[in-house]
Design a protein around this ligand. Structure first.
Ligand SMILES: Nc1ncnc2c1ncn2[C@@H]1O[C@H](COP(=O)(O)OP(=O)(O)OP(=O)(O)O)[C@@H](O)[C@H]1O
Ligand SMILES: [Mg+2]
Length: 393
């Protein structure tokens, strides 16, 4: 009888298990340092910025695991979970998630029932509560910072800090970063009493913009760690770790091919490996060049289409035109003036479109006035879409 092959260890759709997390050494070091500073009562926060599929959620999950190892109350959630996000809703949600987390910890017997009961009573005063006077008591607090102080006073014998990991945090930058400024103000209030609360927003944030672009005071509070593609070493560590677990070997020469194809983009790399792994025959125990060649045939059209559609199919007509020119241009980079000429656009017409594409993450500004697609396979994808459209027309 032959042993069953392990299930495919490459899951492009889900964040990586913290135990399988690879790389990002300096960013994690940065987080650990901030966590220690927070626990010691200083104001220390950070933000995580990066494009689609670069590993932001995985990073937050890893930070959560590290925070829990350090005995912090670590709370992860995505801001997508809150409809019509406002200061009041955000404040109420943060307190609600503390309560839920404390309940979980109480069930696991890491937090006592007494603490649990006190925490459950904490409320933030809202207009609604003001109407029913009988509901208001010493557990009703005028705002988020006072509610957090109360939560901390209850937890401090048991926990080292409270850490919020906020995913999909780009919404915090709406209206000139109104909600980020609000969170910063709350953190500054807490700092006066050395209340160890840390907030780590992650998303396609623009606070990484060069200083002087209006966000500089925020950059100081939420110092951004910018996640980029894996280096070759990180990509190789990723591949080796997952394949070892599955008991599958890999031809050495394949590493080069994999990196060239994926550029170490975490999502693209995971999808590529997933596809190659799925091509192993039941009796095969080693991934070879042949598996990757077979993957190449329809990787972009089949595996990456759902990922790339957001950049191309789901964008506006002008954006598509620009992306098409870039995909079909003989060089990887294209200058602003070359683009304007090819498109017969006025210079001042082109700028805002390019700005939007950079924000969407589909193109990268390499240098003043020079641009490239964020991934060469996006170019392949766009060409394949055009071929399809042409043959249908
Ligand atoms: N450090 C890492 N170690 C191992 N795998 C990783 C790492 N970072 C990301 N991945 C893998 O890459 C893929 C994308 O990661 P993830 O979902 O965390 O990215 P994201 O930036 O949150 O994406 P999105 O923009 O869609 O929210 C997942 O399959 C994940 O398992
Ligand atoms: Mg994510």
């Amino acid at each position: 009888m032959t042993a069953q092959r392990s299930p495919n260890p490459f899951n492009p759709g889900s964040p990586v298990d913290p135990n399988d997390f690879v790389g990002r050494v300096s960013e994690l070091e940065n987080f650990k340092q901030k966590l220690m500073q927070t626990a010691n009562g200083s104001l220390a926060n950070m933000a995580v910025a990066g494009g689609y599929g670069v590993g932001k959620t995985s990073f937050l999950h890893k930070c959560k695991a590290l925070a829990e190892e350090s005995n912090a109350l670590a709370i992860y959630f995505s801001l997508n979970e809150i409809d019509e996000l406002s200061k009041e809703r955000l404040a109420a949600f943060l307190i609600r998630r503390i309560k839920e987390k404390v309940r979980e910890e109480m069930i696991l017997e890491r937090i006592s029932n007494e603490i649990f009961k006190v925490i459950q009573r904490i409320k933030i005063k809202t207009e609604k509560i003001e109407l029913s006077l009988d509901e208001e008591d010493e557990n009703t607090f005028p705002n988020l910072q006072t509610a957090l102080v109360a939560a901390w006073k209850t937890l401090k014998g048991t926990k080292k800090a409270i850490v919020f990991l906020l995913d999909e945090a780009r919404v915090l930058e709406r209206n000139r970063a109104e909600l980020l400024l609000y969170l910063r103000a709350v953190l500054e209030h807490l700092q006066i009493e050395h209340i160890p609360v840390m907030i780590l927003p992650a998303g396609k944030l623009t606070i990484t913009g060069p200083t002087g672009t209006g966000f500089s005071p925020l950059v100081r509070t939420f110092q951004p760690a910018l996640l980029e593609n894996f280096s070759r070493e990180e990509a190789n560590a990723f591949i080796t770790k997952k394949l070892n677990q599955a008991g599958v070997e890999i031809e050495l020469i394949a590493f080069e091919k994999i990196y060239n194809a994926t550029e170490g983009h975490p999502f693209v790399l995971t999808a590529y490996m997933n596809s190659a792994y799925s091509r192993l025959l039941p009796e095969e125990k080693k991934l070879t060049q042949a598996h990757f060649k077979a993957t190449d045939v329809d990787f972009v059209k089949a595996d990456l289409a759902p990922f790339f559609a957001r950049f191309y199919d789901q964008t506006g007509r002008n954006s598509r035109k620009i992306l098409s020119v870039m995909a079909n241009f003989p060089r990887e980079e294209i200058s602003f003036s070359e683009l304007a000429k090819k498109l017969a656009f006025e210079m001042n017409e082109l700028s805002p479109h390019l700005g939007k594409l950079v924000q969407d993450g589909s193109i990268i500004r390499i240098d003043r006035g020079k641009y490239k697609l964020f991934h060469h396979l996006l170019g392949e994808y766009i060409k394949s879409r055009q071929q399809k459209n042409n043959s249908e027309a």
